[in-house]
Design a protein around this ligand. Structure first.
Ligand code: SF4
Length: 428
């Protein structure tokens, strides 16, 4: 499948043979590590390729993980960071358009021209053709989607290439191609329609487009599944098992028995051909490392602590958490629900912490009490990679005429990924 570049222009990043920064494990050490890891695994379980690579330490070009920042970053302690970001943005004027995902830090959101979820932001970028540079404050797959939906003249920049997404990394092009072979051998590929969550790499979106499938967001997953079941008998849902299961069971009346989980680390996904033939939903074994951590205990604890609290969670949460919540919805749904909430109401929100904190501050003046659903769940670590020093560095580089950290999807991948995105846009 087609590759993509998210590397500084002209710098080709090698695969396992790459030169690691000082202190990072070299390729041989990594391979040894994989051998040791393999030895510790049950025999039928394969480790994720390059599972030991560290975020921000050299490259795994097949995943959402990135490389180190290739330039001199301003120090986080620099008292002039805010003034520098303002000055660089002013110098660039309409030539730059800064997008800020809802899960970004406050210090970054302050400089965003628009905020939103990944799909809204990609569309916002496409609606600004005069902007030569799109600085995407979010994660890698989002910048790829913006590159796919914007014109060839516009250049998309991700301030820190190490801002990947662990969920998107859980489905690689090779693993998904292998899964399709398994479905073909089971005699069901012809009746299976892939539906991929927006939170997937351009390669997976292209796979989806090539095989007659569509992309979905957490807002339109039900409509996407209804469409897909009009095209075929089964759905291969990638890469978030929780969104797939919650939509199928909670919104479409299927049962848990209609769903099977395809584990890419096991031979044949850990499923028999008969299990695959009997299933309606084949769920990829992926999850969000933030939303997947909310638990039934989180819900019980907050209900005890705050009597009368409304529990509102994102559909990337586990099925039992969604079942125990009062309301379920996308980030846009969560924001609208809190806007419409009456004064004096109390809310426990199960989504990323940066957004929940911002909402809590915003609505405190309206006497709405908003708390984070769990006391121990952390920020999305990769979203938080984009900080003010990286944003300043990206903006100042652009203002000086140097395009850094460009995210560019190759033409073949873009063609099919766009096809899948267009099918989503055409959903009834
Ligand atoms: S919050 Fe979850 S899905 Fe979103 S970028 Fe972070 S790991 Fe990926």
């Amino acid at each position: 499948m087609g590759g993509r570049t998210g590397r500084p222009r002209g710098k080709r990043v090698p695969r396992l043979t790459g030169t690691a920064p000082r202190g990072a494990p070299d390729a041989t050490e990594l391979q040894k590590g994989l051998v040791l890891l393999s030895a510790a695994q049950p025999l039928d379980v394969q480790p994720t390729p390059l599972a030991l690579l560290l975020l921000g330490r050299e490259a795994d070009p097949r995943s959402e993980r990135g490389v180190e920042c290739p330039g001199d970053l301003p120090a986080p302690s620099d008292p002039d960071l805010v003034a520098r970001a303002r000055a660089a943005k002013e110098k660039l004027g309409d030539r730059v358009f800064v997008l800020g995902h809802h899960y970004q830090r406050d210090e970054v959101i302050e400089f965003a021209d628009v905020t939103g979820d990944s799909f809204k932001l990609a569309r916002d970028a496409a609606a600004r053709p005069e902007a030569e540079y799109i600085v995407f404050c979010g994660v890698h797959f989002m910048a790829e989607s913006a590159d796919i939906l914007t014109s060839a003249q516009q250049r998309v920049v991700l301030p820190d290439l190490a801002a990947g997404c662990s969920m998107a990394d859980m489905a690689t092009a090779e693993q998904v191609a292998e899964c399709w072979d398994v479905l073909t051998e089971a005699g069901i590929a012809g009746t299976t329609v892939p539906v991929s969550y927006m939170n997937s790499s351009a390669d997976i979106k292209a796979f989806t487009g090539r095989h007659g499938g569509t992309i979905c967001t957490s807002s339109n997953a039900k409509r996407a599944l209804e469409w897909a079941f009009g095209q075929g008998e089964k759905v291969l849902f990638l890469p978030d098992q929780h969104l797939g299961r919650n939509t199928a069971v909670r919104d479409m009346g299927m049962t848990l028995d209609d769903c099977v989980v395809y584990n890419p680390h096991k031979p044949n996904g850990g499923l028999t051909p008969q299990q695959l033939r009997d299933a309606r939903m084949i769920l990829w074994r992926g999850h969000c490392s933030v939303h997947g951590r909310f638990s039934l205990d989180s819900v019980r604890e907050v209900r005890e602590r705050i009597p009368g609290v409304n529990v509102l969670v994102h559909p990337e949460c586990k099925h039992e958490v969604v079942g125990a919540a009062d309301q379920v919805g996308s980030t846009e749904y969560i924001i609208k629900a809190l806007e419409a909430a009456p004064a004096g109401s109390k809310w426990a929100i199960g989504t990323e912490l940066n957004l929940v904190r911002r909402l809590a501050n915003r609505f405190a003046a309206e006497d709405k009490e908003i708390v984070f659903l769990d006391r121990t769940v952390c920020f999305c670590s990769t979203m938080n990679r984009i900080d003010l020093p990286h944003l300043v560095w990206a903006l100042e580089s652009l203002a000086d005429g140097t395009v850094v950290n460009r995210i560019e999807v190759d033409a073949e991948t873009e063609k099919f990924a766009k096809l899948a995105l267009e099918r989503m846009l055409a959903l009834p």
